[in-house]
Design a protein around this ligand. Structure first.
Ligand code: CA
Length: 621
């Protein structure tokens, strides 16, 4: 070959390589970054391979809702305004949501009530696709407290929806096309789903709601690939005489007595489920025993307090590979007061009494903040975060077993006034944890409720079949109440988990339900409460922002990057709002009021939330 020929060949080769590199680059840009078990294990942490996304319900698998993003800080959070808003209403579909969105591949995935998903372009808010699971028409009448959905899961290119009529559905995350469906349980038997599914390696985990009806609760794992059942853990033993599924059920059976099984047993899992990649455990919070009054569960008066009814009102940890029980801690033994062990978990490594503990924390309806060693279920501490009277202490010699106040039990002839109130001291509104500030942020409600038993549970009763009688205003023996005295009727409290004590409180700000919290590495704390977004300094609680919107339906706030710029986003009942520093001032107009109501959008800040007096308030599951 002559020199010019060589030169030409070299040039051609260079051109070919350049073209190939360009094509590869374009192709790589068009291919969305993959989400798998490894990516999820680091999601939201300092080692996040896809920074600026929101890939799992609680941002990290520890569910701290602590973002590494810090472009938005105390100096500029006051300038937050609209980047865009997008409608979340479809003709014929009811608005409303309790769902935490996911953010991946420049797409925001927002689930709404009634098992509807919107995929929105994170840059513009344009709708990429919409999916309606078209649930069974009986669904709403078979759910105690609304056709809610709290979020989605994503992995392996699939978006997983827990549809209200107890179906688990996998969609292609890019197109919204259905890939598989699995029937988890029967809606006709009052099983439903409201919880966000969680990814555990190559499986997706889900728990059933319906604990106010005659269900036998369980949570289960399905193969992400095809939706095939991998394992199931029952939170209530089988009916007497039926074979035990495993040793855990045999042990649980010893804690039930009498003719309890005709009413199912309860033990639903409707909020509070995590996968811990460190220990390979799936940890679930379980609901009340069903029916609520002990006498209807077959427990004679002399045995009140004796039969604990495992694994209801408990924190239950199972091996993620096979669903076998590893440990449990019962937050309310022998529950008679609808004190579901719900509200999301937070996992963290925290120095307590001189050593770092791998803890799991929960602030359930019972009004007590529990801190447990998540590797083995060892009790660390429990402290009331609102006034309580169902419990008088925790037996440290017996792994912190709650000591039930014997006067808190009731029957057809006895009415009791129990603290906290109906709906619980903390419901589904997500907590968050800022490791720099060393604080957990907890929306709460304080109050009381009267309990008395009915003669029979009524499956057609509004809000469920729990067997509560009409509590009159008869005089009751006052019971001693203990807990903090500075928390008012509800609000937001910051707790130091090292000592399990309150650091600061904002009363009158939200409550046990609605919105919830999220915190960032720039020492900010965000809260959605009522119809407003608030921002505070995470360490001191100093308020930096209050942004009203009048659009209803508060859902949890999240944060993400759009073309390298940090945004704050959350769904209202009717619109998704994406905010950035320097965005447009003002909020979109609320949709017209439904015919007959005739009430326009009020101007100015929204009214304070109603006091938590209803037993089945909007979220009193
Ligand atoms: Ca319940």
């Amino acid at each position: 070959m002559t020199t010019p020929q060589l030169k030409q060949t070299a040039l051609l080769a260079t051109a070919a390589i350049t073209a190939l590199t360009l094509i590869t680059t374009i192709f790589a840009q068009q291919q969305p970054a993959k989400v798998d078990a490894k990516i999820l294990a680091a999601a939201g942490t300092a080692k996040d391979a896809l920074p600026g996304t929101w890939l799992t319900y609680g941002l990290t698998q520890t569910e701290q809702r602590y973002s590494q993003l810090k472009q938005i800080d105390a100096s500029n959070v006051g300038k937050l305004g609209l980047a865009w808003s997008a409608p979340l209403t479809q003709p014929g579909a009811r608005g409303g949501t309790e769902s935490t969105p996911l953010v991946w591949n420049n797409t925001i995935y927002q689930a709404m009530d009634n098992s509807i998903i919107y995929a929105l372009d994170a840059r513009t808010g344009a709708q990429k696709w919409m999916y309606d699971a078209k649930t069974d028409p009986i669904t709403a009448s078979h759910m105690c407290c609304g056709t809610h959905n709290r979020g989605l899961a994503i992995s392996d290119g699939k978006l997983i929806l827990a549809a209200n009529d107890a179906r688990l559905i996998a969609l292609d995350a890019l197109t919204g096309k259905e890939l598989w469906q699995t029937k988890v349980a029967e809606i006709s038997q009052y099983y439903s789903l409201t919880i966000a599914p969680r990814i555990a390696g190559d499986k997706v985990v889900i728990g059933v709601a319906g604990g106010e009806y005659f269900i036998r609760g369980f949570f289960a794992a399905y193969d992400l690939k095809d939706g095939k059942l991998a394992w199931k853990f029952h939170t209530v033993p089988p009916a007497p005489g039926k074979p035990f599924e495993d040793k855990a059920q045999e042990e649980a059976a010893k804690t039930w007595t009498g003719d309890w099984a005709k009413y199912g047993g309860g033990g639903s899992i409707w909020d509070g489920l995590v996968y811990d990649p460190d220990t390979n455990l799936v940890i679930a919070g379980t609901g009340n025993a069903e029916p609520w009054p002990l006498e209807l569960r077959g427990i004679k008066k002399e045995d009140w307090g004796k039969f604990t009814n495992l694994y209801t009102a408990s924190i239950v940890a199972v091996d993620a590979s096979n669903g076998k029980l590893k440990w449990y801690y019962q937050t309310v033994p022998n529950d008679a007061w609808d004190l579901d062990s719900v509200g999301g978990f937070i996992m963290a490594d925290i120095p307590i009494e001189g050593r770092t503990r791998k803890v799991i924390m929960q602030a359930p309806k019972s009004g007590v903040f529990y801190i447990i060693d998540r590797t083995n279920g060892q009790f660390i501490s429990a402290e009331p975060f609102v006034p309580v009277n169902w419990v008088t202490g925790f037996d440290k010699k017996n792994n912190g077993r709650p000591i039930i106040n014997p006067d808190a039990y009731y029957d057809q002839g006895k009415t009791v006034t129990i603290y906290p109130g109906g709906g619980g001291a903390h419901n589904w509104a997500p907590m968050s944890y800022n490791p720099n500030a060393g604080l957990v942020y907890l929306p709460y409600s304080a109050g009381s409720y009267n309990f008395t038993a009915a003669a029979e549970p009524d499956p057609k009763a509004g809000g469920g079949a729990h067997g509560l009688g009409r509590a009159g205003q008869t005089k009751q023996t006052p019971m001693p109440i203990w807990g903090p005295d500075n928390v008012g009727r509800g609000g937001l409290q910051a707790r130091d988990p090292k000592t399990n004590t309150i650091k600061w409180v904002k009363t009158g700000r939200g409550g046990a339900t609605g919105g919830g919290t999220m915190t960032t590495a720039s020492n900010l704390l965000f809260q959605v409460a009522g119809n407003s977004l608030y921002a505070y300094k995470a360490d001191s609680g100093e308020e930096l922002l209050a942004l009203p919107h009048n659009l209803g339906g508060p859902a949890p706030p999240v944060t993400y990057l759009v073309d390298g710029v940090q945004h704050i986003g959350f769904a209202t009942g009717t619109q998704f709002l994406s905010l950035k520093v320097g965005g447009t001032a003002g909020m979109p107009a609320p949709p017209p009021a439904p015919a007959g109501k005739g009430k326009g959008a009020p101007k100015g800040p929204p009214p304070p939330p109603p006091p938590p007096t209803e037993l089945h308030g909007p979220d009193g599951k």
